[in-house]
Design a binder for this molecule. Sequence first.
Ligand code: GDD
Ligand code: MN
Length: 373
Amino acid sequence: MIETPALAVVVPTFNEAGNVVELLTRLRAVLDGIAWEVIFVDDDSADGTGQVVCREAQTDGRVRLIRRIGRRGLASAGIEGMLATCAPFVAVIDADLQHDERILPEMLRMLRAEDLDIVVASRHLAGGGIGDWGRERAWASRIATKLARTVLKADLTDPMSGFFMLRRDLLAELAGDLSGIGFKLLLDIFATAPRPLRCRELPYTFRLRMAGESKLDAMVVWEYLYMLLDKSLGRYVPVRFIPFALVGGLGVLVHMVVLWLIFIGMAGGFVLGQTIATLVAMTFNFFVNNLLTYRDRRLRGWQLLRGWISFTLACGLGAVANVGIATYLFHSTPAGGGWWVLSAVAGILVGAVWNYAVTAVYTWNQPRRMGRI
Ligand code: GDD
Ligand code: MN
């Protein structure tokens, strides 16, 4: 019989081909004596990360690969990797060797011995460090950490850590409620847990990335705020509706400017103005939502055209209702005054809810449960 792994190490990867072999070498050395497996969750990297993992798996059955196509996201990759194992203990670690794999056995020992839910590797505990970080990044990290405390139910020195180990039971319990958005999976786990987690931290020093480059960009900041929003308001509304509504708000501005230009500025008819404004706002909303709200399922290239067409078609009915309701109200309210604004807003509102519900399914192929992976 093949021994069942006690520990699964989940490694989200995106263009990490140059780091896989070295990471495996180090895992083999440090986890000697433990029954373990490693699961790479690769978002179809163009640099051949998946192939490198498969090659390694030819000679080591403990190496596994999940290949995700048309998907992005560190947190959701971590979740899916953890769900793919039945090992009782699961760790998440970066592929680029910035996290110190040498503390893995101690993390496992603590989890087992102290009956904890989770052990977090911390850079901010005595004995740990952030290594050679520029002043800007250290500063940004401090602000993000402060923000994190608003959703956190625990006193963590490093809630932004991407390196931790937990009981699989805990993950199984929370999986259905995690946001799975962006980079900060640990925070997601803590914010989602219905009870304070039994947790300990272990210090380590953040190292320099070995090969390749960081995927942390400006968008990650948006995703972070998005995740915090989800954790505070997500209980009441589907998570994506929040950015969708925000983008919709911007769309209303675009709409009003165009309507004003045509109706007031060019003395075109109200119906013509409202129709053109709806089209322009719709296109604007499609592109911004594709970039922000659905960043993790972003449509590109030709898909973009298909998406725009489906978005426009799906919103077509919404737009008909929009223009119809607005026109009806416009004609049944007194001429002059500000009534035209109210008529337009009513039309937009009906259209917006419809747009969200329909495009979530048809344009971005959103699964039934909103917001999650
Ligand atoms: N599958 C997948 N999909 N993996 C990804 C993606 C993605 O979209 N984006 C990044 N990764 C993988 C990288 O390949 C790497 O293995 C790991 O996630 C971390 O990405 P980096 O780009 O190296 O992030 P970082 O070094 O800036 O930040 C990391 O360390 C911080 C400190 O612990 C992250 O783990 C942060 O969450 C963490 O706060
Ligand atoms: Mn890194």
